[in-house]
Design a protein around this ligand. Structure first.
Ligand code: GDP
Ligand code: MG
Length: 175
């Protein structure tokens, strides 16, 4: 039986990034093990509560999946201020989404909690033939900004569990 050591009382993570990059799909793949080719756009924002068992502790956290607002880029800092982790997602087949992801990173660096675990996620890694953003570009940017970087596919499930476990492990270490 694992110890119910939750990492912090308000352990919530936020997903940010352009509309259509696969934020909701990543969460649904992780939480439910499902993928929808025609994922309906989420209206409003959704919370998913999740519990992960690591070697030493059980990590309970909420994922705040932002939606709708990203179209107008009107997300106020209340959506991410105080988040333990921020997951900034882009789509490897969209240069625009990569540009927008970098803007999100800058905004988080300016306004976010300084201890926040920040992750840059290059999603839709299954779309190799449509790739517009090289792996090295994402990796390089992440390195310069001290972010954890990972390429994922919500469709094939590539690296999806790894993404969320990595965050949980980084937070567990930080405690
Ligand atoms: P969100 O607006 O960021 O929440 O993006 P969604 O999760 O709604 O996904 C937008 C579209 O991209 C949907 O049609 C998904 O099926 C598709 N999608 C999401 N993740 C992937 C992926 O990893 N690979 C591929 N090929 N399509 C994806
Ligand atoms: Mg969504």
């Amino acid at each position: 039986r694992g110890r119910a050591t939750s990492i912090s009382r308000q352990n919530w993570w936020v997903l940010l990034g352009d509309m259509g990059t696969g934020k909701t799909s990543l969460v649904l793949r992780f939480v439910k093990g499902q993928f929808f080719e025609y994922q309906e756009s989420t209206i409003g924002a959704a919370f998913f509560t999740q519990v992960l068992s690591l070697n030493e502790a059980t990590v309970k956290f909420d994922i705040w999946d932002t939606a709708g607002q990203e179209r107008y880029h009107s997300l106020t800092p209340m959506y991410y201020r105080g988040a333990a982790a921020a997951v900034v997602v882009y789509d490897i087949s969209s240069v625009d989404s990569f540009i927008r992801a970098k803007k999100w990173v800058q905004e988080l660096q300016r306004q976010g909690n300084p201890n926040m675990v920040m992750v840059l996620v290059a999603n839709k890694a299954d779309l190799q033939d449509k790739r517009k953003v090289e792996n090295e570009e994402g990796e390089q940017y992440a390195k310069e900004n001290e972010l954890f970087f990972i390429e994922t596919s919500a469709k094939t499930a590539q690296n999806v569990n790894e993404l969320f476990y990595e965050i949980a492990m980084r937070l567990a270490k930080a405690c």
